[in-house]
Design a protein. Structure first.
Length: 95
């Protein structure tokens, strides 16, 4: 029984060392993604900030419409088209 426990402990130690090496290799491989992921994280936080403040969005749209009415209409048509496309896509996926 004692030999079996020693073998298990030896195997456990090797596995722990291997796991540590693999974690280190993974950390090094992902190091190059740190900056892009940080940028994406900041973008997601900015979108969450804006979405959580509907009056801010409404005021920005209102000011944009007052300053550039033609451009606002173009953007509204684009947004409407995207919304229609989204609705069509979700209906196709749901079926």
């Amino acid at each position: 029984m004692n030999r079996r426990l020693v073998a298990i402990e030896t195997k456990r130690a090797r596995l722990l060392e291997r796991a540590a090496r693999e974690r280190e290799q993974l950390a090094q491989a992902l190091q190059s993604l740190a900056q892009p992921l940080a940028f994406a994280d900041r973008c997601v936080n900015a979108v969450r900030y804006v979405v959580s403040r509907p009056p801010l969005v409404a005021a920005a749209v209102f000011v944009f419409a007052l300053l550039r009415p033609r451009r606002a209409i173009k953007w509204a048509w684009r947004a409407f088209g995207l919304w229609q496309g989204y609705r069509w896509l979700t209906r196709k996926i749901a079926v």
